[in-house]
Ligand binder design. Structure first.
Ligand SMILES: Cc1cc2nc3c(=O)[nH]c(=O)nc-3n(C[C@H](O)[C@H](O)[C@H](O)COP(=O)(O)O)c2cc1C
Length: 326
């Protein structure tokens, strides 16, 4: 039995459900020396912004137990340079790309999205994924400079405002995904607002805000004091959020992100309700984590007894209730 690994992310048809998490893969140039970036379903690239960003002062990364902290500050060459250099390289390799956009203001997001959408081929994001832009991932975990630096994704209204502006900027057809944070009281509430504002799907979740302190000097491990916590320790949080949102909005296309390390984790997130699963921090520990998982996925599906990986989506088996609670 050959397992059918094809995966539908809304209208985007991918050859398998594996992707990269934004910022943990660059545009893929380095890892493409180790494995073919077109082996995975699609590439999610590092977030780009309207302007060039140098990023935050160092140290910007710190290893902590079962994960890492980062405060890179969205270092990137700016959207125009990215479209001139990185996108053509990804197209030349034949990779479908979900382009991640970030911004400090609603208008930043919209303008950045408009420039990317202008480079998307006709019909992008509909049918079998072609090389180049297949859609946008909107990184809503950015501080809003027009609202005291509060992160857009922490509240439904600002998150929805960004999504509505991006939808208007890219037109009705290009798929857009809102990337949310779990650093908020109710992710389903923010998810609902973002979907209402025009998102085709969601990426769940970005890093969790964290901190590490050197016990001797008392200094924070990061120059920025706080940073995004990622890696295996956050997987249960991400799994919970994917399940909560998939339960609240059945059938909504979800890209899962948070602590994914291997093929079993991919299956866990598919079962929770995701359609596509992203490898992030795992790339730093094992640069072949994504293709390794891909190689193992068919065998695990056969062990479970499913012929199509898509049949695993939203298949959490309820545990029988203990008799006392029946
Ligand atoms: C070094 C680093 C840089 C990241 N940069 C971005 C980014 O530019 N845009 C974004 O949306 N997420 C970014 N993330 C978050 C990841 O895409 C991912 O959602 C998060 O790390 C959780 O997944 P993981 O545990 O598999 O890494 C970054 C994460 C790391 C570790």
């Amino acid at each position: 039995m050959v397992t059918d690994l094809t995966s539908k992310l809304g209208t985007i048809e991918l050859k398998n459900p594996i992707t990269t998490a934004s910022g943990c893969f660059g545009s893929g140039r380095d890892l493409d020396k180790l494995w073919d970036v077109t082996d995975i379903g699609m590439v999610v690239a590092k977030s780009v912004t309207l302007e060039v960003r140098e990023g935050l002062p160092t140290p910007r990364m710190a290893e902590v137990s079962s994960g890492m902290l980062n405060a890179i500050g969205l270092q990137n060459p700016g959207v125009d340079a990215w479209l001139e250099t990185e996108l053509p390289w990804l197209v030349s390799r034949g990779a479908p790309v979900l382009v991640s956009v970030a911004g400090k203001t609603v208008e930043d997001f919209a303008e950045c999205a408009r420039r990317i959408a202008a480079k998307a081929p006709a019909g992008a994001g509909h049918g079998p994924a072609q090389p180049g832009v297949v859609g946008l991932e909107v990184n809503l975990s950015c501080p809003n400079v027009e609202n005291r630096g509060l992160v857009f994704a922490c509240n439904a209204a600002p998150a929805a405002e960004v999504m509505a502006a991006v939808r208007e900027a890219v037109g009705p057809d290009l798929p857009i995904f809102g990337k949310l944070t779990a650093d908020t009281t109710s992710v389903p509430e923010v998810a609902g607002a973002v979907l209402e504002a025009g998102a085709n799907g969601l990426t769940l979740i970005n890093t969790l805000l964290g901190m590490e302190i050197d016990w001797w000097s008392g200094q924070p491990a990061l120059a920025n004091t706080y940073g995004g916590f990622s890696g295996p320790a956050m997987r249960p949080v991400a799994l919970r959020v994917v399940h909560q949102v998939a339960t609240a909005f059945p059938g909504v296309p979800i890209i899962a992100s948070g602590g994914v390390r291997d093929a079993k984790d991919v299956i866990r997130f598919l079962r929770a309700g995701a359609s596509v699963v992203a490898f992030g921090t795992a790339n730093f520990e094992n640069p072949t984590a994504a293709p390794d998982a891909l190689a193992e996925l068919s065998d695990l599906c056969q062990q479970i007894g499913v012929e199509r990986v898509a049949d695993l989506i939203a298949t959490v088996t309820p545990r029988p209730k203990p008799e006392a609670f029946l």
